[in-house]
Unconditional design. Structure first.
Length: 386
């Protein structure tokens, strides 16, 4: 019985203190509940719709990227003011849309710049989209230019340009080239089979270190951070960042680390990491553990499970490559900084022109067992067997 009383007395103060603590904290401000971070899901059209709903619409009022002078913009504005006659939002957009579809003809123009299309009234899809965006902006109507494909699930798939317009309280998917538009939310099942967006021309978010856009998902458009090593953030606007295709990279950044969800890095035709434009100063690319799409080997980026490099950082002077059978242009090509290349033990063969366009390359280290074709390396490069 004595032990039972001791147990009861030990528990009582704990119960009483907890009760008092709750009373005392009753008036204290509670921490705000953090919004859940989610992965953009579904088709490209659904993913972009989620981003635009989260983005501040005012970001789509930026004229950046439009090839139009102030005087040209003012002339288009004067005309559009008369066209909409005081209408705003949905009604103003409808006047603009109807005028473009009735007056601009599809054809091969000298230019797709908005003023040229406005004057000549001839354009392909990019010109239609540029003019619609310009006329909307003259009325303070947020408008996004989009590039992607039309008829995405068919043999006739082709490149296309169109717009997303914030008319009143809703987003409209507007295709002035073909005279059709849809409510972004209500009609998503319809237009998802007609157009598929790849990237847009506006900044969706920005902080001290990064500028974000949309490029097959939330994308790092620019790295502004003034630091030696930069880690791509996990999320922005409540969504995970899954694309890293910056057109600009601060010269101070030497090491870039991709987060665990990055699955897209642009292509050779975009001025991003793959093309070398943005990666000129990079010495190493690292990948967070858990990324299922990419991995790093001695600072060189590889697709997971692949033995051929995806990106060799532009400022890397000494390159170490995994063991692989290298065909033409599969090792290192058109790289201005590389001075040494080390082929890993077990490399079976290196074909002619496997290394090409490397003006500062001095020597290569090749396993003695590797078969090296004539012309595998540029003339004058020292070959060291080991």
């Amino acid at each position: 019985m004595k032990n039972k009383w001791i147990l009861w007395l030990a528990c009582f103060p704990l119960f009483w203190c907890a009760s008092c603590s709750d009373d005392e904290k009753g008036d204290e401000p509670q921490p705000e509940e953090q919004p859940e971070t989610v992965l953009l899901m579904g088709s490209e059209t659904r993913k972009l719709a989620q981003v635009l709903q989260a983005m501040e619409p005012e970001r789509a009022l930026d004229r950046q990227g439009l090839a139009v002078t102030d005087s040209e913009f003012d002339e288009i504005k004067t005309f559009t003011d008369g066209l909409v006659a005081g209408k705003t939002g949905d009604a103003a957009y409808e006047e603009i849309f109807q005028w473009i579809t009735a007056n601009v003809k599809f054809g091969t123009p000298e230019s797709n710049d908005p003023y040229d299309v406005f004057v000549e009234k001839v354009a392909v899809c990019q010109g239609y989209a540029n003019l619609l965006k310009t006329m909307c902006l003259t009325q303070g109507i947020p408008c996004v230019g989009v590039n992607g494909v039309m008829d995405p699930d068919t043999y006739y798939q082709q490149g296309h340009a169109w717009n997303y317009v914030r008319a009143g309280e809703r987003w409209i998917v507007s295709d002035p080239t073909n005279g059709r538009d849809w409510d972004m939310e209500k009609d998503v099942n319809v237009y998802s089979n007609i157009v598929e967006p790849y990237f847009i021309d506006v900044v969706v978010a920005e902080d001290d270190n990064f500028v974000y856009g949309y490029y097959h998902g939330l994308n790092v458009n620019e790295v502004k951070a003034d630091a030696d090593t930069v880690v791509v953030p996990d999320a922005v606007l409540g969504f995970y960042v899954t694309s890293c295709n910056p057109s600009a990279l601060s010269p101070s950044v030497k090491v870039l680390e991709l987060n665990e969800r990055i699955d897209y890095l642009g292509d050779q035709n975009s001025e991003g990491l793959r093309s070398g434009f943005a990666g000129t100063f990079l010495e190493s690319i690292l990948v967070a553990s858990g990324n299922k799409n990419f991995e790093s080997y001695e600072g060189v980026l590889y697709a997971s499970g692949s033995d051929l490099p995806v990106i060799i950082p532009g400022a890397m002077r000494v390159v170490h490559l995994r063991s692989a059978a290298f065909e033409k242009n599969e090792a290192v090509y058109y790289h201005d900084s590389v001075e040494e290349i080390h082929f890993a033990e077990g490399t079976p063969s290196i074909a002619a022109a496997a290394v090409e366009g490397c003006p500062n390359l001095k020597r290569v280290y090749v396993p003695a067992s590797a078969e090296v074709a004539d012309g595998a390396f540029p003339t004058g490069v020292e070959i060291v067997r080991f």
